[in-house]
Ligand binder design. Structure first.
Ligand SMILES: NC(=O)C1=CN([C@@H]2O[C@H](COP(=O)(O)OP(=O)(O)OC[C@H]3O[C@@H](n4cnc5c(N)ncnc54)[C@H](O)[C@@H]3O)[C@@H](O)[C@H]2O)C=CC1
Ligand SMILES: O=C(O)C(=O)COP(=O)(O)O
Length: 530
């Protein structure tokens, strides 16, 4: 297998380059490429992995060209510069580094709060201009002031903790903050209107989503306390910049410190030029420590995925640890192959897929296995589907996916997976296991016990359990020059329904299948491939 190739299209710490190289991954470090959409689109097709920060915009259009891309790694937190649904639909994992820069970003918010309270940037400019305006820069004390934190997740809670350390009264609006966590943090959980009304300083720490966009709208800014100061180190667009400028001009808002802007790079902006505004160019995560953390972490995570299939911090797929990846691998293969077997037999439209896990496998990462099973079922219909995109594609097509787990093994196998594909014509099901040799096997088809390994070319036959079939079947294959590798038989009872699952060394033609179906005992013969 050729070494995977990764493109770094933003200014990541060189530590990332070293990790990729040490792990045997080819890496192209082109930190300015992310700013050039056309150039990025022209080369993205050559890479298995893309490592970015916030400058590279990974749009659906770019992704259309990303023929080999398997993983996008965001060295940082916000993934709003990646069109995640488009990446998911293409089966591309999107991962971030959720903690590596949170302390640094929280510290920036606190620095911005002090900069506002004491007008440090303005005072600095004035002093260095030789003005010595001692009476111009009257500040406010932070002790005992109310700090309103919007979004009390990783960064918001560090900001809250630092605020408490400064003897501020911290109130937080976050619908997902539990009352217990609020008590643990020492913050008062409040509704948004309450926060707007009470806070002396408001600091934003929510991700950019449809719900949070414009959370500080003109209407909400109007609800704030006169003299409020606003800090935004989260995302541009959380605050209506034009409305905020108007509120600054009117004197309702006493100051604003912004690190992030609706349009970045922000070369012009409604807030620029106001005497009580402090701006930094998206520096929230810009410390040596944070950049080292996120670069190392993203490179390790991307390498683990590209080389071992381990998934950590993906925003569009459940995690698979490096320890569980090798244990899961044969079961992923089993689930996908069983699903593929049933998908290949199904011609009518599919209504639902049920995956039953029995025994030890019920304790494994069944979300990943279910995704593999759904991939297998869908792949005969859609070539371009993988474990990442399959659940979304199934949902879009109205196919229900159900998981059933029974931890006690009901059969002779330590682990057993059974898949039921419910189609318009009838349900089809098959079950399998993984033996000690790590090879997946089919051990049940239509409730009939068999024992067959999967092979590239196979013939599946349903027949009546009557003498004479096997001889004729073997003769037909032999006459067509098709060599039989393995032969598995099963029946529900003597003289009842029987199945035959045979692996052959070469593909079986439609003509040969038709002749097999002419054998009197045969009900159906199908060629299947794995
Ligand atoms: N300026 C910079 O350089 C940086 C900016 N950021 C930004 O900070 C954001 C927050 O980062 P983390 O704290 O690590 O994320 P997080 O996911 O740990 O916390 C976000 C919090 O927002 C809350 N939330 C979500 N929707 C909400 C809503 N509608 N109203 C109120 N609260 C809501 C969530 O419950 C969660 O607790 C990131 O999404 C990113 O955009 C992050 C790092 C650096
Ligand atoms: O991690 C985040 O969400 C950030 O906003 C940091 O952005 P950056 O990597 O500095 O472009």
């Amino acid at each position: 297998m050729p070494a995977p190739r990764v493109l770094i299209s933003d200014a990541l710490s060189p530590a990332a380059v070293q990790i990729f190289r040490d792990r045997g991954i080819e890496v192209d470090f082109q930190p300015d490429l992310g700013k050039d959409k056309e150039k990025l689109a022209a080369v993205i097709g050559n890479y298995d992995g893309l490592a970015i920060r916030s400058a590279t915009k990974v749009t659906a259009k770019i992704l259309e060209q990303a023929k080999s891309l398997k993983v996008i790694g965001r060295a940082g937190i916000g993934v709003d510069n990646v069109e995640i649904p488009a990446a998911t639909a293409k089966g591309i994992i999107v991962m971030n580094t959720p903690f590596g820069n949170s302390i640094t970003t929280a510290e920036h918010a606190i620095a911005m709060m002090f900069a506002l309270a004491r007008q440090i940037p303005q005072a600095d400019a004035s002093t260095q201009a030789g003005k010595w305006e001692k009476n111009r820069f009257m500040g406010v004390e932070l002790t005992a002031k109310v700090l309103g934190v919007i979004g009390c997740g990783n960064i918001g809670s560090i900001v809250a903790d630092r605020g408490i350390g400064l003897r501020m009264k911290v109130i937080a609006f976050d619908p997902f903050l539990s009352p217990e966590r609020a008590v643990e943090l020492g913050v008062e959980k409040v509704e948004l209107d309450d926060l707007l009304r009470r806070a002396d300083i408001i600091t934003l720490h929510v991700p950019m989503t449809e719900k949070t966009k414009n959370i500080l709208s003109a209407e909400n800014i109007a609800k704030t306390k006169k003299g409020v100061r606003i800090v935004n180190c989260a995302r541009g667009g959380l605050v209506d910049e034009v409305a905020l400028r108007a509120a600054l001009d009117s004197g309702h808002v006493a100051g604003a410190a912004f690190d992030v802007f609706v349009e970045e790079p922000a070369l012009t902006n409604p807030l620029f030029g106001h005497p009580n505004v402090v701006c930094t160019p998206h520096l929230g995560a810009a410390t040596t420590e944070a950049q080292e953390n996120v670069a190392l972490q993203v490179a390790e995570q991307m390498s683990d995925y590209l080389l071992q299939g381990a998934i950590q911090n993906a925003v569009n797929f459940p995690s698979i640890t490096a320890e569980e990846a090798p244990r899961l691998k044969p079961f992923v293969a089993l689930a996908e192959k069983l699903g593929s077997f049933l998908g290949q037999l199904t011609e009518a439209s599919i209504k639902g897929i049920r995956i039953e896990y029995e025994g030890a496998v019920a304790d494994m990462n069944t979300r990943a296995l279910t995704s593999a099973a759904v991939t297998g079922v869908l792949r005969p219909f859609l070539q371009d589907v993988n474990m990442v995109s399959a659940p979304v594609i199934a949902r879009e097509r109205g196919i229900t996916v159900e998981e059933v787990k029974r931890e006690s093994a009901a059969r002779d196998y330590e682990s057993f997976i059974r898949i039921v594909v419910d189609a318009e014509d009838m349900p089809r099901h098959a079950g399998g296991t993984v033996f000690q040799d790590g090879k997946p096997r089919v051990v049940e088809i239509r409730d009939i016990a068999v024992d067959a390994e999967f092979a590239p070319h196979m013939v599946y036959v349903r027949n009546d359990d009557k003498p004479g079939f096997i001889g004729r079947f073997g003769t037909l294959l032999g006459e067509a020059g098709v060599n039989v590798a393995t032969f598995a038989l099963g029946r529900d009872r003597p003289g009842g329904d029987a199945i035959c699952f045979v692996s052959v060394d070469q593909p079986v033609s439609e003509e040969l299948l038709r002749r097999i179906e002419e054998i009197p005992q045969v009900k159906r013969a199908r060629a299947v491939h794995f």
